[in-house]
Design a protein around this ligand. Structure first.
Ligand SMILES: Cc1cc2nc3c(=O)[nH]c(=O)nc-3n(C[C@H](O)[C@H](O)[C@H](O)COP(=O)(O)OP(=O)(O)OC[C@H]3O[C@@H](n4cnc5c(N)ncnc54)[C@H](O)[C@@H]3O)c2cc1C
Length: 338
């Protein structure tokens, strides 16, 4: 069997690294860009990614490039509400994670400038679509993000993971190694008022650079129903292609990483049988899909809760958060499945 992986993002590289770790080398990665995409963004890797990181043999490498945290500070507008416990999360630059995955594969296997096309996939090989999210449901929200340098006089709140909730928008900030700060700003619409609130919190050193990042916003979409097999059941979709979530539970990268290990487990179990058996695969993936659908649903709920516009309802939310924090044990203890 030979495997064609389309897309050299977190999901595609995780699958490649997992195949190599299991001494299966008959695969190639096809990437539409002319080089590995660099992006000025960072990701949170949840506790549930740790088993996959260990299986991939990259746990220590990732830890060395991450800041670890066990807590999240929640703010309603600028008012501190609560410090909540979250089970071990790693905060890492996306580029560093990609570099670590690349160190586990033979990079000569990556073919650049080669675009995936559903119609042209060969029948005998297994084709894996890891080309990221597209054609999802429009969430009516846009996102901007950036990584900036922290200066010595930056407030110590930026040394922790923070969530600031405002009517119609929210901001997440977290520290990275090398004294850097990652921020993600998500809103329903682009208003000067919201932009200024974010500016006030972040107090960027360079206003022009900050304005450029805000103007580079991206529409957020989500998949209504997560699924690994495409409509004609011939192509395996993984990562955001299979389960694009809203970022309000910070699970996209984690689940894309896990997919690589999960899919290679299926292939090993079935001795790399050439024809993926749809029924067998569906049985294998059923419980994992339940988990992915639950994450997708919870992310959409969080999107509403973080950005409540009605004053009375947001006061009730704040009261509830102060005295009761939802436990995400179902997620952080989940590893691969529900
Ligand atoms: C604002 C924001 C904040 C986020 N924050 C977090 C977070 O804190 N924690 C977290 O876990 N996740 C987060 N995510 C989600 C996370 O970034 C994604 O879930 C993850 O990057 C998906 O990986 P992927 O490999 O599936 O897709 P991608 O990273 O999109 O990679 C797809 C690759 O495929 C290539 N490609 C595209 N089309 C083709 C084609 N036709 N042929 C060949 N190659 C192609 C692309 O060039 C790219 O290299 C966030 C997302 C957003 C938008």
């Amino acid at each position: 069997m030979s495997i064609n992986i389309y897309g050299a993002g977190i999901a595609g590289l995780s699958l490649a690294a997992s195949l190599s770790a299991n001494r299966f080398e008959n695969y190639k990665i096809f990437e539409k860009a002319s080089e590995i995409r660099k992006s000025d963004t960072a990701v949170q890797l949840g506790f549930n990614s740790f088993k996959a990181l260990k299986d991939l043999g990259i746990m220590e490498l990732v830890k060395n490039k991450s800041i670890a945290t066990n807590s999240l500070n929640i703010y309603s507008k600028n008012n501190f509400l609560k410090k909540t416990c979250i089970k071990g999360t790693l905060l890492i630059q996306r580029n560093d994670l990609i570099e670590i995955l690349l160190s586990k594969i033979d990079t000569n296997k990556i073919v650049f400038n080669k675009k995936f096309s559903n119609e042209k996939t060969s029948k005998t090989d297994l084709n894996v679509d890891a080309t990221g999210g597209r054609d999802g449901v429009d969430s009516g929200r846009i996102a901007s993000w950036g990584v900036s340098n922290l200066t010595a006089d930056n407030d110590k709140i930026f040394k922790e993971l923070n969530l600031f909730m405002f009517p119609g928008m929210h901001l997440v900030t977290y520290p990275l190694i090398a004294n850097q700060l990652s921020w993600t700003y998500i809103r329903k619409s682009n208003t000067k008022k919201n932009n200024n609130i974010v500016k006030d919190i972040l107090s960027p050193n360079n206003d022009d650079n900050f304005d450029a990042l805000i103007n580079k916003s991206m529409k957020l979409q989500y998949k209504n129903k997560c699924n690994y097999l495409n409509d004609n059941k011939k192509v395996l979709e993984i990562g955001d292609a299979a389960h694009q979530f809203l970022p309000h539970l910070a699970q996209g990268a984690t689940q894309s990483l896990i997919d690589g290990v999960f899919i290679s487990e299926y292939l090993i179990k079935n001795k790399f049988d050439e024809n993926i058996n749809n029924q067998k695969f569906s049985d294998f993936a059923r419980r994992r899909l339940q988990l992915l659908n639950k994450i997708s649903f919870q992310s959409r709920i969080n999107a509403e809760v973080f950005q409540i516009e009605n004053k009375i309802i947001s006061d009730i939310r704040d009261f509830v958060i102060r005295f009761n924090t939802p436990s995400y044990n179902w997620l952080f203890n989940s590893y691969y499945e529900a």
